[in-house]
Design a protein around this ligand. Structure first.
Ligand code: GLN
Length: 304
């Protein structure tokens, strides 16, 4: 498969969509990012790497972090994690409060904000120094020890995190947030502020594409079955109320973030990460979705 040529063709084909959508502006620091950046990186499980555009430029991974936090929490808690968070698609926006109230503080899944805030609480109950421990895991899985948080992005998000604060309060009310609300919220927001490039992300997702290799990074280890199940949750819940559409158009387990990144895996074939900051109304990258749709169409490789 000539992935490099396919990526170049895709880049040309998506140009008509280059002005569609707009970057997230509810996090002030994200609104300042150049909206016209585009990068993509694909790693095959046999060691090939193909990239294009701004693939080595770091950006705010935002909700893509939820895949790493789920992996870390599953490694620590195992099946017990599912008593605090579900694994059903929500069909609602990532920051919605509606189901959380009706369902008595048990978030639908770990990839909506409510679920990821519970996961942050779980991690804090295990880690002594959670900021460092989480970063150690992300650095280990991406093989890049220079990855870090962007504390400016985090504090800009924290200053306007009215919805996430409401979610955390509702969780606390229902007894599903054990730590201090303020500390858990800060840790969740810090996790979202991690900056990585498409190449870092593609590399970090490779273990999810290759469930046959042992998953052991830092202090986190997962069984092959746990890795496959994280993929299942990415497939059904990775794009909030657009998970069905992503499944229909792209056909890969993946996860998006409001920084404009999307990371996805084609099991036993490749991992891929794409970045373009302009988002559609559901908070997913317009060009990113388009590029992955064309990738699985051109390669005729998806999970279906
Ligand atoms: N930090 C963002 C938030 O909590 C992440 C949202 C996202 O990427 N979908 O709102």
């Amino acid at each position: 498969m000539d992935y490099q040529r396919i990526l170049e063709d895709i880049y040309r084909e998506i140009q008509p969509f280059a002005r569609e959508g707009k970057p997230a502006d509810y996090i002030p620091a994200l609104a300042r990012v150049d909206a016209d950046r585009f990068g993509i990186c694909l790693d095959t499980i046999d060691g090939g790497q193909y990239l294009l555009g701004d693939a080595s430029e770091r950006f705010s991974i935002q909700s893509i972090t939820k895949v790493f936090s789920l992996a870390a929490a599953l490694g620590l808690e195992g099946e017990a994690l599912w008593s605090r968070v579900g694994r059903e698609p929500s069909g609602t926006a990532f920051n919605s409060l509606i189901q959380l109230e009706v369902e008595h503080g048990i978030p639908r899944n770990p990839f909506i904000n409510a679920g990821a805030i519970v996961v942050a609480d779980v991690l804090m109950s295990h880690y002594e120094r959670c900021d460092e421990a989480y970063l150690d895991f992300v650095r280990a899985i991406s093989g890049n020890p220079t990855i870090g948080y962007n504390r400016e992005v985090a504090s800009s998000e924290r200053a306007t995190a009215y919805l996430n604060a409401a979610i955390a309060n509702l969780l606390k009310y229902h007894g599903n947030l054990h730590g201090d609300i303020e500390r858990v919220l800060n840790f969740y927001i810090l996790q979202c502020s991690v900056e990585m490039s498409c190449c870092d992300l593609s590399r970090a997702f490779k273990p999810f594409a290759d469930h046959r290799s042992p998953f052991r990074y830092g202090s986190t280890s997962l069984t092959s079955s746990q890795v496959k199940r994280i993929n299942a949750i990415m497939q059904t819940c990775g794009f909030y109320d657009e998970a069905g559409e992503f499944s229909y158009l792209v056909g890969l387990p993946g996860k998006s973030g409001v920084g404009g990144g999307i990371a996805a895996v084609c099991p036993l074939k490749y991992s891929v990460a794409v970045w373009s900051p302009r988002l559609n109304g559901k908070g997913n990258s317009v060009m990113g979705m388009k590029a992955l749709e064309l990738l699985t169409t051109r390669t005729e490789e998806s999970i279906f």
